[in-house]
Design a protein around this ligand. Sequence first.
Ligand code: GLC
Length: 600
Amino acid sequence: MEQSTAYKDATRTIEERIDSLLAQMTLDEKIGQMTQPEKNSITPEDVTKYFIGSVLSGGGGNPTPNNGESWAQMVKGFQKAALETRLGIPLLYGVDAVHGHNNVVGATIFPHNIGMGATRDADLVERCAQVTAQELLATGVHWDFAPAVSIPHDFRWGRSYEGYADNPAVVSELGAAFVRGLQAPNGGEAHILPSVKHYVADGGTTWGSKKSYEWIEFVWESETDKWSIDQGDAQIDEETLRTIFLPPYKAAIEQGALNVMASYSMWNGVKLHGHKYLLTDVLKDELGFEGFIVTDWMAIDQLSENYYDAVVHSINAGIDMNMVPFDYKRFITVMKEAVEKGDISMARVDDAVRRILRAKFWQGLFEKPITDDHWLDDFGGEAHREVAREAVRKSLVLLKNENHALPLTAEAGPVLVAGEGADDIGLACGGWTIEWMGNKGAITPGSTLLEGLKAQLGDENVKYSAEGAFSTTEKAPVAVVVVGEDPYAEGEGDTSNLALRAEHVALVERVRAVCDKLVLVIYSGRPVILSDVLAECDAIVAAWLPGTEANAIADVLVGEAPFEGKLGHNWPRSMDQVPLSALKASDQGPLYPYGHGLSL
Ligand code: GLC
């Protein structure tokens, strides 16, 4: 087949370049572009052999050692293999950088979206995305499976912290800002491809509605609360879907976003991954989405026990690329058989490939498939971390402040600090950090609230005990107690009980006995039920999941920076006000309403 090199000519329009390339691609090369294995399942040699268009790292899909340089080498190895194919189509390497390049040790980790939502600051969100993009480029990564534009309507959902707010306009504005930041990390030299997710109404599912897929070995199920609402069924009418959950996608498309990730969930019992009306008629035709739709991890497999039927159903519904982490060869074989049988038309394949190539040409991937090493110079550096500290400060929501508990001062004596979270970076970061589920401990470089308080007040003026074990000779003027949630992600964080753990209630009571004023700081991915401690606390601060720069919390607690954060959700009084529909039906208002946030 005569090979035209017109597609390599950057002076031509993107559509001309796509036409030139598509016209000379074989079916194998086209199917390869639609295939995205996970990096542990494929060798660079097979990337070349199967014309693979994309490779991903799932949560925790890290090289060894796990650092920027090692990541850059890994990604470069896959990219060079893609460039060795007949047509030299560069691959897209994708990761979940949902609050910074969070898989990589040493990266700058920002507050999770629920904290960013509390800032209501689109410019700040854009700048955080730009820093994230620069750290992605430092590792050769061109595709970020973010922003999640989820709108959680039930805090029992383990992904609540991935949503900015319970307000379509706010989510649209902040999601669009994140898209802008990724697409132009420094005035446009390089573009990171955002993935707006999870389409659509992933946050509107009903507790207990998740199906089981016994034919899938790699399943997420549990006899406990876990996986009870994630990937469930959004039992809502079309007006609700269109007025609440669809607007953030419109806003992202207006920013030029060229990738959307389909949701595992269902809409009134129909899986999104096979929903032609929503994927094709609404997203592509009605909203004019010209990019490509990628599946979620192995999500096609959930459509049918018969894999052939699942693939045909999903691709014909409008899926363009399959995130097929493991058995990519089976997908390729099935795709080829389905096209040869006519169950999937060549026109559908060409449309999918055209969309994928459009994103790659738009990114400049053909001109610069391998990023410059200079991006590594600032990776996790001070300038990036200062942006994260600004985000931490602006994300804090002051829920309660009585008896002038805040601002903190050591003038009357040492400040007591209790709670393991005060000195634990892993607890400050939450899920999606280094490992999929995150972990406690010094998992990555950063600074803790305790370090921040010592820097602000002086080491001699801060007494720390994780267990709140202080001498009881005399009461301290003020104590800071950090409570909250251990790290989790996705359905592993689904829970029917949002109350503070008994050990944290006991910790508050223990410290209450040895201080005049008690300031509660909450590290959580969602509102938690505070009834057991509310009366014990003079001040309460929602710090969400602040990331590696938790020392910045101290700047606000001592009054050096203002409290600016506003709740993006109604904060329920009890589990009787969860989910949102129960709160609306409740004859009491929320403990703290949407938009609440005190200042000093
Ligand atoms: C996960 C998540 C999705 C993520 C993908 C790749 O299961 O649902 O948000 O982008 O798989 O890690």
